[in-house]
Design a binder for this molecule. Sequence first.
Ligand code: HEM
Length: 309
Amino acid sequence: MVFGKRYDYDDVTFVELTKSINKLFAELGSSQLMTVFPFLRFVPGVNSSNRIIVECLNEVQAYLRHEITKHRENLDTENPRDFIDLLLTELQTQEKTDCFTEENIVFIIQDLFTAGVETTASTLRWGLLYMVLSPEEQQKVQAELDSILGTDHDVPTLAHRSQLPYTEATIMEIQRIRAIGPLGGPHAPNEDTTFRGYDIPSGTQVLPNLWSAHMDPEFWPDPEKFDPRRFLDSGGNVVRRQESFMPFSTGRRACIGEQLAKMELFLLFSSLVKHFTFKLPEGAAAPSTVGCLGLTYVPPTVNMCIIKR
Ligand code: HEM
């Protein structure tokens, strides 16, 4: 979609790019401490993650610049091949305004990969972990999928989404019980402000605790229990816009990829559960539901059997 080609898993460029992005995420996780205690950036050793982050970003950006240059060489604005062509076409129409530059294209694509890949992948991995832990919920999703799509090998499409409330509610429960961005993104007020009796001077870094909203027993009784029915009304319809549910954060700087992520999660999760059953190997102990908090909250590695239905 972005580069106009598909990369094989052993493609050298793809492997290098993936390595850089994975390293970037791992280091961004350890550099969180410096986000909370900024003085640590002056401590040698502790601040080495900053250097690695810059190196990884430089590698990713060098590749993006190379691809953009190649696209520019044979751009046909009437027949865009991919996302880069679309952005280059837009750039040409806006060239005189100065507010959209080639550098913006680099950062838009970088955001797409850094903010858009690992987030959805980790949510799906949490989903499969909870399917393994809750076989009865998995069966209910499969029964609903079979009832709408039949028992043959049809793949769910977005058109089926409104007919699959239990599947949707299950995805929402996955996002509630293990928010992969538990502390949202760091923000700062532009002016001195007061929130619930706390004075917050302008420029103070604020991290929203989305985790506490998702685990508040006042809104979610027995919050560690995996229960998709929390998101269904008595008629079995999905209840949206719950006050204490905000996996994509809230406000003007909420996740810009929310709609795309919801579509991806629906298509991938429903296709996987439609075609496979996920279960623990015979006699294996239940896996832990404690993840690892880096930039995102990632699930532990779990051995599971994937059985074709
Ligand atoms: C399950 C998937 C995802 C989850 C749970 C998620 C969650 C979040 C959260 C909590 C934030 C922080 C919002 C804040 O600062 O208050 C965020 C920001 C952001 N997300 Fe996502 N995200 C997901 C997928 C995506 C995808 C697919 C994209 C793009 C293709 C994306 C792009 C972004 C960007 C660019 C920001 C920064 C927005 C800004 O600072 O204004 N995300 N996301």
